[in-house]
Design a protein around this ligand. Structure first.
Ligand code: ADP
Length: 376
């Protein structure tokens, strides 16, 4: 099976207006096991939405429910206001691009692109126009006569994307399409997919486990965990105001540091924290009214930590000189590990003792259940 059911049927030729999606209480059960636990989400016309989360959190399942490749156990999916639960994949005006390319190996690139349109009864001239236009957009015009095996991975993925484009769908679904490509090509394709989105002005949903991919391409990121939405927002909303410790730890690289602390003084606008093992930090509010009950977790991103006299003493275990910045792995007096990232080439090396400062306005605060205590 080269492509099997990868081409989502014959739903070609439908209007290329962008789709708007409404997901209400979507649930997926496999036998007695619930995989998706009631997802509510609205996706706007022309939005580029990225589903991100660790492996097994249900991203692909949710995408396949939208595509119609998985039955919806309960809840409702609407595309442009029309209930889709019982509509066959081919009739949903969707095109899906997979990690595995799923090209027909015995067909040329041209034929791979044109095949679906032929099946749908398009005339030769219309097919040629669409194929040539897609090929130009994706810079694969020179390869139209080749078979897939004579293409690089990146070129194959372009053909797979081209096959989606020629169908002029209302909605593009991407399931980890760049995972098989090497790092350099992934970066290049990220940029190209973003351009393509702007160019086609189409609604796109993109699944990845890579938070950098999500941050760089999304209009809006939906963070999933164990079949539930943890938070949905623009990349910077998630970076600046994560709703909980899971999102805080998932978005951003290197990861946010988490330090156990006790809240000693709390007011409407300020909380004073005693770090486990010594040291105090004040965090500016506003703090959620529920605060106070210790212990709490202080979160600070590596790039927000300063090395400054008067800070907490830290022993340096390892430094990474990346040229543009320096990553420092250290241990605080209480034994807690801490990662700091300084811009530029810091003259700090293993075995050094430094002092770290945690700027109050950059600190995050989470309760024992991991919920953010800083009001959004
Ligand atoms: P992700 O795409 O986030 O890695 P998936 O959507 O593929 O996650 O899977 C979510 C969960 O559903 C996983 O725990 C997986 O084992 C389970 N799952 C997926 N498909 C099936 C199936 N056909 N039967 C039973 N469980 C499944």
């Amino acid at each position: 099976m080269a492509a099997g059911f990868r081409r989502l049927g014959d739903g070609v030729g439908m209007s290329s207006t962008m789709a708007e999606l409404t997901l209400r209480g979507l649930v997926k059960n496999y036998g007695p096991t619930r995989i998706i636990h009631g997802v509510d989400l609205d996706i706007k016309h022309g939005e580029f939405v990225v589903f991100v989360g660790p492996s097994g959190c249900g991203k692909s399942t949710l995408l396949r429910m939208i595509a119609g490749l998985e039955e919806i156990s309960s809840g409702e999916l609407r595309i442009d206001g029309v209930r889709m639960n019982e509509v066959a994949p081919a009739k949903r005006a969707i095109a899906m691009v997979f990690q595995s390319y799923a090209l027909y190996p015995h067909m040329t690139v041209y034929k791979n692109l044109s095949f679906g349109l032929e099946t749908a009864g398009f005339n030769k001239a219309a097919i040629d126009e669409r194929v040539q236009r897609a090929a130009r957009k994706l810079q694969i015009t020179d390869y139209l006569d080749r078979k897939p095996k004579a293409l690089s991975g990146g070129q194959r993925q372009r053909v797979a994307i081209g096959r989606a484009i020629v169908r002029e769908p209302k909605l593009f679904l991407f399931d980890e399409p760049l995972s098989n490509l090497d790092a350099e090509l992934r970066v290049q394709m990220r940029v190209e997919l973003s351009k393509l989105h702007a160019d086609l002005a189409a609604t796109m949903i993109y699944v990845t486990h890579d938070q950098v991919e999500a941050m760089t391409m999304a209009d809006r990121i939906v963070v999933l965990r164990a079949g539930r939405i943890e938070q949905a927002g623009t990349p910077l909303e998630l970076y600046n105001r994560p709703a909980n410790q899971f999102v805080a730890g998932f978005i951003g690289s290197p990861k946010m540091n988490f330090l156990t602390a006790a809240a000693s003084t709390v007011s409407d606008s300020m909380v004073r924290l005693k770090l486990q093992g010594g040291g105090e930090v004040s965090i500016a509010g506003p703090i959620a009214a529920t605060t106070a009950s210790p212990p709490v977790t202080l979160g600070i991103r590596p790039e927000h930590i300063d090395i400054a006299d008067g800070g907490f003493p830290m022993a340096v275990n390892l430094t990474e000189q990346l040229g543009g910045n320096t990553v420092i792995y250290g241990t605080l007096a209480n034994g807690q590990a801490l990662v700091a990232q300084l811009s530029g080439q810091a003259r700090i090396s293993r075995g050094d003792k430094v002092a770290v400062r945690l700027p109050a306005d950059k600190c995050h605060l989470f309760d024992a259940e991991g919920r953010s205590l800083l009001q959004q």
